[in-house]
Design a protein around this ligand. Sequence first.
Ligand code: C2E
Ligand code: MG
Ligand code: MG
Length: 573
Amino acid sequence: MLSGVQSNTGRGPALVQETKHVLQSNAKALKSEVSRYAVYGVFIAFSAIITATLALAYIENGAISLSGVIAVQKSNVALWVLDSMPFVFALWGQYVGSMISYEASALVIDQTNELRAQTTALRKEAAHGVTHDPLTGLPNRTLVMDRINQAITAAHSNKQTLSIILLDLDRFSELNSALSRHQGDQALNQVAGRLRGLARDTDTVGRVGADEFVILVARESSELDTHRIAASITTALKAPFVLDGVKVGIQASMGITLYPTHGIDGDTLLQRAEAAMYAAKRDKTGFAVYSSKHEKNSPHRITLAGELRESLESDVLYLLYQPKMVLKTMQLQGVEALARWPHPVHTQVSPGEFISLAERTGLIRPLTSWVVNQALEQLSLWGKQGFFPSVSINISAQDLNNEDLFDHLTGLLASHGIDPKRIILEITETSIMLNEEHAASMLRRLADTGVRLSIDDFGTGYSSLAHLSELPIHEIKIDRSFVEDMNKNPKHAKIVRAIIDLGHNLELNVTAEGVWTGEIKDILASLGCDAIQGFHVSGPIAAKDVPGWRGKPGADNTGVVNVSKNLSVVRNR
Ligand code: C2E
Ligand code: MG
Ligand code: MG
């Protein structure tokens, strides 16, 4: 579309010239045509005069002579009228020719002006297309960079600061693949609208990548100011997005840089904002202000994706298992399998980062199938040791489209002789909300194989109660963001209480994640929560250490004694 506009516009001035030329030459041709007929008229008139004069001279004198011709010319009134005809024709020819020429000129001027207006409009449209994103109408990367560099020049001469916020939507590729293209576009448009609504007149909001936006705060701003802006963006995105009637929760991670502290040119500021954004995504902090430590954790995405593929193929990844305890008895209820990737350069890449990378690069299917393989093999090994825990396995939204996963899972269950009830598939509430209807039908099919289903990170996805009650689920896991500070945050405590009540009304097992202190554990116990998971009990531990949990929590049911031991197991790995 853009190239079409550009090419039209490039031809615009030439087209005006061309049309003007054609109109002018048409007018000339018309004028000469009129002149030609006027000349014919004059010629016919002269012929008529000569013929009539000679005829009259002959009739009156019986012969044609010069004196006879002069005499009839002097005496005959009809010949006088005839004599005036060539002048009448000549005048008429001149008059009509001038009129046509005048009208044609007016036409040329009108047409030229019209063409000029069209060309200007086309040129403007093309210029807008070159500097703006066609979907959201926001400035694109080119214009954003231009504005950043202009703002830097102004800030430099006024000795002021400015800040840049790079915002990337979390798991947008998942959302995009689960929803229709139109809904994906709607989501981007609505995000753009909310960001624009927050920005001041002097700020620039632009779209610089598929799901990447930049907010240029071109005014004196401290680090604290940027925290406030980032917090207000987070709040603005909190309300669910309605995409063709489907409610979806969208979150984002932001990286922030300040001029001149973090860089003195646009490229550096943007690239460092990206590094900070990846750190925020990995640590799930919502936003991060750039620090040099982000640099080494900001691996090049493409290289990292290739390395992840290689690591998967060469079995470099491994699983840790985090115990989940029955709150009343503090007995081991089961373990959650959590993938780890020991990257050769970046030591450990966090699951938050490599799982979302896998989701974006199509690696999530082989990764999930690798996790399922490992976990079931481990269950079989433990079974041989007389240890039969249940294992929770995290699956992504994209896995719900993977027919092979059913066959893979049922095949492995049969070949290892594992009771399907010992497998709990965890799917996040947000993933279910991405495409409720499809998720519901796939979850039903999965439940038919006998495995149990759990909704992970519950409370973040705005799922509807009616919908939840129709899903064949066994458990909900309260998102750790509500649990971690529930002893200090009364709102979060209320949410946790409401989720526990909701879960019990639907006869579901309710597990709280992120239980990192005894105080939180006690509050959860008073609220009747069924199970807990968190650093207070144990972080994720190596497979070989899990069977030990069978007896030990009985001896010391708080699990506190084991915390440091288990954490050290994780760290030593
Ligand atoms: P999740 O499924 O909600 O897993 C719980 C996460 O909370 C784990 O992080 C765990 O280490 C962490 N955690 C446990 N107790 C505490 C606590 O007391 N406080 C805090 N702050 N955190 C605690 P981890 O291992 O980094 O995994 C992060 C997320 O990555 C997981 O969240 C899950 O969504 C995803 N993930 C991990 N492994 C896999 C996998 O094999 N497949 C898929 N699809 N996702 C995975
Ligand atoms: Mg989980
Ligand atoms: Mg969770």
